[in-house]
Design a protein around this ligand. Structure first.
Ligand code: ATP
Length: 595
């Protein structure tokens, strides 16, 4: 408390600085939005003034131009496209009707994001009852969706697979009046392998590269002015193609001239002041592998270097520290696989502490006394929905998740993001950490790296991401073992720290006594190694499976022994790689001796 008071002045200054970086100094109505819509923004969502990205994007969308928006996570991109679309729809001379079908389509990569955008839409449309919001997504009941589409949905939020399904099979789905297509998290939609679906969708809707098709059709039907919008905090070369086939002379927001110039210099491209050329330069920039990503300036980013065998105990220690330091706390931990999420979820929900109490009377209690939730793609649809809503509303909770939560989800007040398993692509790093430090709020992120993986930081640095080291030893020394603070004796390395050793022993005996958990640990071990072998491209040089010590990996799942049966195929792969490498070295030596 004292500390808070001392730093109060600084904190206030910092907050107002953050706020001026995030918010614009104008009002929603000055951007041209209808007064009722401005009231809704204020009353239903509590938005007083627009964010910077909203102030830039809203007038452009209102003007009818195609747009590509690249702005940091948590800067308000959702309302930047929803508000102007609603304004234009309510402004039609003749009020639109349900029988007119769909006017705007918002494509999103995940079901959770679909629900989130739909909820915001509902709030904004409260006083525009003739504009009907709706959503369709994988996992939902198709016939109910068909019925909704038959009645008519004016603004439809959808995941690509399910949308294509209805475009092909629901004849009563009216989309002849479609005017807007929004790709929210455009790059992720494509990364998830929806590229083909998107092309098919654009073909079905008559909005593809061959713009003549649209024009030819428009001769028969009254001309509908089409407008497409692409948004993401990270754009990559995959978006290039989508931009090419779906955007006509777009306005680029967030791709500032300085960055374009940097890229022009890097690639020795000549820059013309003309808009079309700017677009082309920006596209070239997007395909550059070293694009700098935008991260919230106030986000404190750290890495923690942990030997493989100590990963689990260090994770538990950090979580314990976070939840004991602040009882009201929201934390997300990212894992690479669904099995890993399940294992850690059950472990954290059941692991009791102290496992070996010194006195008979000492009570054992759950190690981590916080509400723990999990979210991944293998869960059933209803459980996913419940977790999503619960984590949104809880004041204090821990969410264990795969990358299904990494994109676009807006969980209020998340204070810390832990990337326990590496995100792989730098874009995923950006989106994972983007679940905290939203809209100028404070946030911390911690990236776990094994000593053999530290080169990953160089990969992040290429994208303008730099991390400081987390003070692990200080944290470990703060734990007391059975009552009085233990004496920190000299120990050779982190993994020999008495706190970690005690915790590891406790976890291992707990797991070995619980067959259900042991099975989960083994499954998680296997899929973790499989995921590790699946890193792509240059990352394979950093995350080298042959450098892993599988016994230590097993230890990180609290297994005393490395599972032998289950990972035969993986071991074969590793042995083969080692053999190949040895042969390469031998043949090189031969070449050298010959020459
Ligand atoms: N003008 C505003 N005033 C106050 N809060 C706002 C405003 N605009 C957006 N917000 C809030 O900011 C948060 C982030 O908004 P949003 O989810 O749209 O960000 P985003 O840029 O799409 O993030 P991501 O890249 O992670 O998808 C949300 O909680 C939203 O309610």
């Amino acid at each position: 408390m004292e500390q808070k008071n001392k730093s109060g002045g600084g904190k206030l200054k910092e907050e107002s600085k953050n706020s001026s970086e995030v918010f614009a100094s104008c009002s929603f109505s000055s951007l041209g939005l209808h007064s009722t819509l401005c009231d809704q923004l204020k009353e239903r969502l509590g938005f007083e003034v627009p964010t910077q990205v909203q102030a830039q994007a809203i007038p452009v969308v209102l003007s009818g131009r195609h747009v590509l928006v690249n702005a940091a996570t948590g800067t308000g991109k959702t309302v930047a496209y929803l508000a102007p679309i609603i304004h234009l729809l309510q402004n039609y001379d003749k009020r639109i009707q349900r029988s007119d079908g769909t006017f705007a389509l918002v494509l999103v990569p995940t079901r959770e994001l679909c629900m989130q955008v739909y909820e915001i839409l509902q709030k904004l449309l409260h006083r525009f009852h003739w504009i009907v919001p709706g959503y369709i997504m994988g996992g939902e009941n198709r016939s109910k969706e068909k019925a909704r589409l038959r009645k008519g949905v004016s603004i439809l939020v959808a995941t690509p697979g399910r949308l294509l399904d209805h475009l092909k099979n629901t004849s009563s789905f009216v989309h002849t009046n479609l005017r807007w297509i929004v790709f929210d998290e455009a790059d992720r939609i494509l990364e998830l392998g929806y590229g083909k679906d998107i092309e098919e969708i654009l073909n079905c809707l008559g909005t593809s590269e061959d713009k003549s098709v649209t024009r030819a059709n428009s001769a028969a039907t009254p001309e509908v002015q089409k407008q497409n919008l692409l948004l993401s905090a990270t754009l990559n070369e995959k978006v290039n193609h989508l931009a090419k086939i779906s955007l006509e002379n777009p306005v680029m927001i967030g791709l500032d001239d300085k960055k374009i110039l940097q890229n022009v210099n890097r690639n020795r491209i000549s820059l013309e002041p003309d808009v079309a050329d700017r677009v082309e330069e920006s596209r070239k920039m997007l395909s550059s592998s070293a694009e700098e990503y935008k991260l919230p300036a106030q986000l404190v980013q750290r890495y923690i270097k942990v030997p493989c065998g100590s990963r689990l105990v260090v994770l538990l220690s950090i979580l314990k520290h976070l939840f004991e330091r602040e009882a009201s706390q929201k934390v997300v931990v990212f894992f690479s696989t669904c099995d890993a999420v399940d294992f850690h979820y059950f472990l954290l929900s059941e692991f009791q502490w102290p496992a070996m109490s010194q006195s008979e009377t000492e009570l054992r209690q759950i190690f981590l006394g916080c509400k723990t939730l999990r979210l991944h793609g293998n869960m059933n649809h209803e459980d996913r929905k419940t977790t999503f809503q619960t984590f949104k509303t809880e004041k204090s909770a821990l969410l264990l998740s795969t990358d299904v939560s990494a994109r676009g989800l807006d969980f209020p007040k998340v204070r810390c993001i832990i990337q326990y398993d590496s995100p792989g692509e730098a874009t995923e790093y950006v989106h994972r950490v983007g679940r905290t430090a939203r809209l100028g709020e404070k946030g911390d992120s911690i990236l776990f790296l094994q000593p053999i993986e530290v080169d990953y930081m160089m990969d992040l640095e290429k994208h303008g991401v730099t991390l400081a080291e987390y003070p692990l030893l200080k944290l470990l020394n703060s734990f007391s073992l059975y009552g009085p603070k233990h004496q920190v004796k000299k120990f050779v390395s982190i993994e020999m720290h008495p706190w970690l050793l005690t915790l590891q022993r406790a976890l291992e005996s707990f797991i070995s006594a619980e067959p259900k958990l042991k099975k989960l640990a083994k499954d998680a071990f296997c899929s973790w190694v499989r995921a590790y072998t699946a890193h792509r491209g240059e990352l394979k040089q950093i995350f080298m499976v042959k450098k892993l010590h599988l016994g230590h990996v097993a230890k990180s799942f609290a297994l005393k022994e490395q599972p032998s049966l289950v990972n035969k195929s993986i071991q074969k792969q590793i042995k083969k790689r080692k053999r190949d490498d040895r042969q390469k070295v031998k043949s090189k030596k031969r070449v050298i001796t010959k020459s």
